[in-house]
Ligand binder design. Structure first.
Ligand code: ATR
Length: 278
């Protein structure tokens, strides 16, 4: 990587950020594509968010990703907001515009690109979503945009799910224990909780074998471990299962495409995926 007087700076703001895989993904893309860009981590505490964004603008920073705990609060700091980010209620990408930054959400577009890559057809199909946190908001936005026929949303805190999704006609909210109320059929199921993530990789939000009989295609947003208990059970019951590595990659790629104002060619995507999963 050659840094000179014209190098554009990109970065990720969060707390913590040291563990983030984003710098290596974005720097790989910049290098492969020959873009004069560098991507660095910026640890920012909640009380410093506003000043950090103003400072970034003054320093000429071209774009930033935003991670925990700022994805919602950063909505207050943007100059413009993409419609999808507004509906989802979270921003993970800031792109420099005149006077500040425009906020986008590439988690939802990353998820759509993963479905597309894995040929998971959601249009007019019923879908089960496990979890109602930040990731689930982006997933549900994508599922509705693609045209899922109905969504069964199961969450530990039912009141939280009711508050955010209770008024939506096509979304039925249930407790995990009530999974048997889901009509018997074959479903696409998206696992959006943090249960099963290393080091607690032996866990799964639902363990009943009968539940897995309902699943034809399961996508777990977790990618560490590469095969979660959820995925294993889907496969044991004859379904197809995918982890969240492609979504991770595609949300970064979609952000990079906004930062660099170019498309990342297919062959570079496959090389990038190789880096993630050698
Ligand atoms: P993210 O941005 O990754 O979605 P989040 O917004 O904190 O993170 O959401 C985490 C999700 O995992 C939520 O649906 C959460 O359930 P609650 O809404 O009840 O908090 C779910 N989750 C986390 N730990 C859980 C556990 N031990 N059992 C069941 N669900 C859990």
């Amino acid at each position: 990587m050659k840094i000179d007087g014209n190098t554009g700076v990109l970065g990720i703001i969060g707390d913590p950020v040291a563990h983030s895989g984003s710098p290596s993904l974005h720097n790989f893309l910049a290098e492969k594509l020959g873009d004069n860009l560098v991507y660095v981590p910026f640890p920012v505490k909640p009380q410093g968010l506003s000043a950090a964004i103003q400072g970034a603008y003054r320093l000429g920073i071209r774009g930033m990703n935003v991670t925990v705990p700022h994805k919602q609060t950063v909505l207050e700091e943007v100059t413009e907001l993409d419609d999808a980010a507004l509906t989802i209620g979270a921003v993970n990408t800031l792109v420099r515009i005149r006077g500040g930054y425009k906020g986008y959400n590439t988690d939802y577009s990353g998820f759509m690109r993963q479905l597309d890559h894995d040929s998971v057809i959601v249009y007019d199909k019923p879908v089960i979503v496990l979890g109602a946190g930040g990731a689930a908001h982006a997933v549900i936005y994508a599922l509705e945009k693609i045209g899922a026929s109905e969504i069964y949303l199961l969450n530990r805190s039912r009141d939280k799910a009711e508050k955010d999704f209770g008024k939506r006609k096509n979304i039925r909210i249930l407790d995990f224990e009530d999974w048997e109320k889901i009509p018997k059929a074959k479903y696409i199921c998206i696992q959006c909780t943090s249960v099963g993530l290393a080091p607690r990789e032996k866990e799964c939000v639902i363990r009943d074998e009968g539940f897995f009989e309902l699943i034809q295609t399961g996508v777990d947003l977790i990618y560490d471990p590469r095969e979660t208990v959820f995925m294993k059970k889907v496969r044991e019951h004859g379904g197809q299962a995918y982890n969240g590595l492609r979504m991770l990659m595609y949300q970064a790629v979609s952000a990079y495409e906004l930062f660099a104002d170019r498309e990342v060619p297919e062959e570079v995507l496959e090389e990038l995926y190789e880096q993630l999963d050698p």
